[in-house]
Design a protein around this ligand. Structure first.
Ligand code: ADP
Ligand code: MG
Length: 326
């Protein structure tokens, strides 16, 4: 139902960056090791994302574009166990209903790829196509048929800025994945897959500036079934950037008051006053202990035991920072 899809699109896709987010999450869910992002005019003209993931079988292509047909949630209980990034089965139908949309996909077991197109939600018949194993999804002219939303989009530079910020977060969250980005035909980012500590440090510098690794401290703490790892800006440096605060819960970027408070308290306690510390932190937690189902955009979470999480974060950070000062 195109109208319902268009309404849902307002929830899931607000601007080009949100479309990029959904598409990258799908590629990650498909087990991609390499993702290429091609953009034109800040993503408003074109978003094309290619991955080397599992692909979509020919007989499931049309289904992927129908609402909830692919929901990975079979029951309410499943909501507690979500480990994939996407689970609602509404991102693709939503995007397809408000753009010129195409999927080309090929599972490795299939001899050739299939391509399916949709214009404003109207599906065209699938056609054979050329593609290596994996998937390419194209979103052209986002909101071309929803003038009120199209008008709401900002200047190319602003929209591109949102995408850059999002891709930076992905580059940090998933250092194991190769990520390349072109904008208006020019390569603007190229992250190599990074596994070793050295490679990860280099990638950290590529994403956040070369001085970030130099002025920060690597940490890794385990306790109470939680694991905190990553880097924090040293309290002794002048580094103070609210725009370099990344906190990932199970590799999802999260903005959370419990987290912010714990971090700020740990810094304040180690004589670091009134600044916004830079950090890139990863919290790994059993999915049943965290609720990611707060909003479709999924940057909010709710910890089942927020007190325990808060104290674990505070203690881990405090220990690392105090150790660095000593
Ligand atoms: P969700 O991610 O919530 O399941 P989406 O609308 O984002 O729903 O995607 C619909 C379905 O299409 C997915 O569940 C998946 O089966 C398939 N799909 C989408 N993108 C890809 C991709 N890049 N590679 C493989 N399968 C994909
Ligand atoms: Mg999805």
């Amino acid at each position: 139902d195109t109208l319902i899809d268009q309404i849902a699109a307002g929830e899931v896709v607000e601007r080009p960056a949100s479309a990029v987010k959904e598409l990258i999450e799908n590629a990650l869910d498909a087990g991609a090791t390499r993702i290429d992002v091609e953009l034109e005019e800040g993503g408003m003209r074109l978003i094309r994302i290619r991955d080397d993931g599992s692909g979509i079988p020919a007989d499931e292509l049309a289904l992927a574009l129908s609402r909830h047909a692919t929901s990975k949630i079979a029951s309410l209980d499943d909501l507690e166990q979500v480990t994939t990034m996407g689970f609602r089965g509404e991102a693709l139908p939503s995007m397809a209903s408000v753009s010129h949309f195409a999927i080309v996909s090929r599972p490795a077991s299939q001899a050739h790829a299939m391509r399916i197109e949709s214009d404003g939600g109207k599906l065209q018949a699938a056609q054979p196509a050329q593609h290596p194993p994996g998937t390419t999804i194209e979103v052209r002219d986002l909101f071309y048929n929803v003038p009120a939303r199209r008008r709401f989009l900002k200047a190319e530079r602003t929209e591109f800025g949102h995408i850059e910020e999002l891709l930076r977060a992905f580059a940090l969250a998933r250092m194991d994945i190769e990520l390349r980005v072109t904008h208006n035909g020019k390569q603007v980012r190229s992250y190599r897959a990074s596994g070793s500590d050295d490679e990860r440090l280099r990638r950290l510098g590529e994403a956040l500036g070369a001085d970030f690794p130099a002025q920060s401290l690597a940490l890794a703490h385990d306790g109470a079934g939680l694991r905190l790892s990553g880097w924090v800006g040293l309290p002794t440096t002048a580094r103070s950037q609210a725009d370099q605060q990344y906190f990932f819960v199970n590799r999802r970027l999260v903005r959370d008051r419990v987290v912010t408070h714990a971090v700020r308290q740990a810094y304040a306690d180690v004589l670091y006053h009134g600044r916004h510390p830079a950090y890139v932190l990863f919290l790994d937690i059993d999915p049943v202990r965290v609720d990611v189902n707060v909003h479709p955009a999924k940057t909010e979470v709710r910890f089942r035991d927020s007190r325990l999480v808060h104290d674990f974060l505070f203690r881990s950070l405090h220990q690392a920072l105090a150790g660095a000062r000593a």
